[in-house]
Design a protein around this ligand. Structure first.
Ligand code: PEP
Ligand code: CO
Length: 448
């Protein structure tokens, strides 16, 4: 491990860096980043610190984290309906969880900044033609045209403005009473209620809906159920130039925060201990996450924790595990043991999506709802058996009735996928699959 030099917002530049776009004109990129640096931050230190405290509570079993949203956000989806729908599904799930879990639910959207995607391969074949991979709207265009796949730095500035517009609308909706559970904030439970599985969890669903109805009869659930309706933003902190431009000192000038989002995470492709991403993340004071998969050894994980949370601050570091249903039994327990032995404070969250991506017969990328459920359920059980705490969940989901993941109450088959397959990157749970997932979690957490 390299000896640690003092951290600065740009000290990551001295480390090997993965997954960065190669701009035809780097000077143009510098000019764009300078402008972004001059813009106001998107969030403020007080909010970021509050989230850190809440994540610490979740780590101690006193709150529960619901993190979710698109795999990749796109600029064209930055419109009133889309933003409202994304907020709606997360709020609905959080209401179900609040009742099920009987703990405050911390809502964190993969939203207002999730514009950059790490890719396993530099090129991809679209319509039989090889071209540079789409790396998210922050980098290039999804359109399968060679020219528009060339990284364009002006897209970084567009990311800032689209994130600002999205966040502005979220804040306005919440301030304006959107969290009220009345129309147009309707529950779409038809698919779940008409499914064969209904009897499995009708009890939980009915109890939760009864409780919500009861609260509503007292003049609305807004205050009682959702509290102050805090909502936080998050994205993968991938493009380090952009993240650096939104990194600002606090009033004491002793601490730095990434004020482009409340929470940022390191993906599995960029978590190299000596790499630039770990270097950048170690110096910001936000609550941060690291995705953990089966390639991460217990020793490596303990070293990463030491670098990323040297002060052992509760709420600072969330480990987001994503092994896949077939690997979880083998890989999670050794990591839990190692972290326990190291006496390090972390918050564990499960992302049951990214280890369960498969290809349907026609080659479409999909995920099987039952495997997602299986990984999550096993994760809860393993934590419980080892006297650890699973503090939250991380999903790729949408409020639209898309057909991207097979299974679930609507029993989507691989033949159904072409009906409404709209994701720009990974397959997401649709509205009824998301609600079903929330009911399942509520049920598991109610069983003593
Ligand atoms: C993601 O969250 O979209 C992602 C790419 O995850 P991971 O880094 O776990 O593969
Ligand atoms: Co994804």
């Amino acid at each position: 491990m390299p000896k640690q030099q003092p951290w600065t917002p740009d000290s990551w530049k001295s480390r090997p860096v993965e997954q960065q776009p190669e701009y035809p004109c780097p000077q143009e990129c510098d000019r764009v980043l300078e402008r972004i640096q001059s813009y106001p931050p998107l969030v403020v230190v007080g909010e970021v610190e509050k989230l850190k405290e809440q994540i610490a509570l979740a780590g101690a079993g006193k709150a529960f984290i619901l993190q979710g949203g698109n795999c990749a956000e796109r600029f064209i989806d930055c419109n009133e309906t889309n933003v409202a729908n994304k907020l709606k599904i997360l709020l609905q799930m959080s209401v179900i969880l609040t009742y099920g879990v009987r703990r405050p639910v911390i809502r964190i959207g993969r939203i207002a900044g999730q514009y950059a995607k790490p890719r396993s391969k530099p090129t991809e074949i679209v319509n039989g033609k090889e071209m540079p991979s789409y790396r998210g709207d922050a980098v290039n265009s999804m359109e399968p045209v060679l020219d528009t796949r060339i990284p364009d730095p002006s897209r970084l500035e567009s990311s800032y403005f689209h994130a600002a517009a999205t966040l502005n609308h979220i804040r306005a909706l919440l301030d304006g009473g959107f969290a009220d559970l009345h129309d147009p904030y309707r529950w779409n439970l038809d698919t779940i209620e008409s499914s064969e599985k209904w009897h499995e969890y009708s009890h939980v669903v009915e109890r939760i809906l009864d409780a919500i109805g009861f609260m509503e009869s007292f003049g609305g659930v807004r205050e009682e159920v959702l509290g102050r309706v805090d909502f936080y933003t998050s994205h993968e902190g991938l493009l380090l130039g952009y993240e650096q431009a939104l990194t600002r000192p606090d009033v004491t000038a002793k601490r730095y925060y990434n004020l482009g989002a409340h929470f940022v995470w390191i993906g599995v492709r960029t978590r190299q201990i000596s790499g630039a991403h770990v270097e950048y993340f170690r110096g910001i004071s936000n609550p941060i996450g690291v995705k953990v998969d089966s390639t991460c050894t217990p020793e490596e994980l303990v070293s990463l924790i030491g670098i990323l949370n040297p002060g052992n601050e509760p709420g600072r570091l969330t480990l987001i595990t994503r092994f896949g249903a077939r690997k979880i039994d083998q890989f999670l327990p050794p990591l839990l043991h190692a972290v326990r032995k190291s006496k390090r404070q972390v918050t564990w969250v499960c992302d049951p999506m990214h280890g369960n991506t498969t290809q349907a017969r026609n080659g479409t990328k999909t995920r099987d709802f039952s495997l997602i459920v299986q990984e999550l359920h096993q994760t809860f059980q393993i934590h419980k058996e080892l006297d650890s705490c699973l503090a939250g969940v991380h999903f790729e989901l949408t409020a639209e009735n898309v057909t991207e993941c097979v299974g679930g109450a609507g029993d989507l088959s691989s033949e159904d996928l072409s009906r409404r397959y709209e994701t720009y990157c990974d397959p997401r749970l649709n509205d009824s699959q998301s609600l079903e997932m929330a009911f399942l979690i509520a049920r598991w957490l109610q069983t003593p």
